[in-house]
Design a binder for this molecule. Structure first.
Ligand SMILES: [Mg+2]
Length: 263
């Protein structure tokens, strides 16, 4: 799931300053990790805890880790609706259709060995923050793509299975959607991320393509990067070591722990 984190880090400076090209510097002095990374770490932490035998209702466990990671990284750039929920002392259901559910979902694609369990876990992760059919459908699409990619499916199998299982339309090219403007709606960023991966030729290519269409760049690159890592199984060393420089010790330990347990 480091592929998702690195996609977010690289995309961080392009969310509000879109580059509609694949030719841009991967890192700059303004590069940082954002909410996509913080929440991906929260999901990874929940899944690791399950393996350690901590048993808690999944919906509640996700909500607790989202709130804990929000507290740990309060300035990571969350949306207003999520911030309000995360800061609240109460646990209530929000019906967001935003891509916040899909941006953090990559670890789930590694933690289960069948589609049914992945779907169930995705729904649990969405229960409190994204109680919405579109958000769940799109989060499931990303988790499913990661699962298929890491299990050896080729790109046409991934495209067909994701379309069939989720009903999403992946039959377009990045050229069709480049420059459509900013949207953090699930349906206007998740299919785009999957197609960026499908059109890519390697990890770096997937991230560059994801950012090249504009829009919610850190999140699109996070999702495309997460799928691309699962598929290509290789991220250039210099990109990994550079990106690690933006993470703190506990994040790096968690990523290592997750990798040793699930990857
Ligand atoms: Mg973000």
């Amino acid at each position: 799931m480091i592929g998702a984190v690195i996609g977010d880090i690289i995309g961080s400076v392009y969310e509000w300053r879109n580059v509609l090209s694949e030719d841009f510097p991967l890192f700059s002095k303004y590069t940082h990790f954002t909410d996509d990374t913080a929440m991906t770490l929260a999901v990874a932490q929940k899944l690791l805890n399950d393996r350690k035998g901590v048993s808690e209702k999944a919906e509640i466990a996700y909500a607790a880790w989202f709130k804990a990671y929000y507290k740990r990284y309060p300035n990571a750039g969350y949306g207003a609706m999520f911030s309000k929920w995360a800061q609240s002392g109460e646990l209530y259901v929000q019906k967001s259709y935003g891509n916040g559910a899909a941006m953090r979902i990559v670890p789930i694609g590694y933690a289960f060995d069948n589609i049914k369990d992945i779907k169930k876990e995705v729904e649990a992760s969405c229960y409190y923050t994204h109680h919405n059919a579109e958000a769940i459908q799109c989060a499931y699409a990303v988790a499913l793509a990661v699962f298929l990619a890491r299990s050896g499916s080729d790109k046409s199998e991934i495209r067909n299975t994701v379309e069939k299982q989720t009903g999403l339309d992946l039959d377009f090219s990045l050229n069709d959607v480049r420059g459509s403007g900013f949207s953090s709606r699930s349906k206007e960023s998740v299919p785009q991320a999957i197609v960026a991966f499908l059109e890519s030729s390697g990890y770096e290519s997937a991230v560059r393509k994801a950012i090249s269409i504009g829009g919610d760049s850190d999140t699109i690159a996070c999702m495309a990067g997460g799928i691309a890592e699962a598929y290509y199984k290789n991220i250039p060393d210099e990109i990994v070591s550079k990106a690690y420089g933006y993470l703190d010790g506990s994040s790096k330990r968690l990523i290592k722990d997750f990798r040793e347990t699930f990857v």
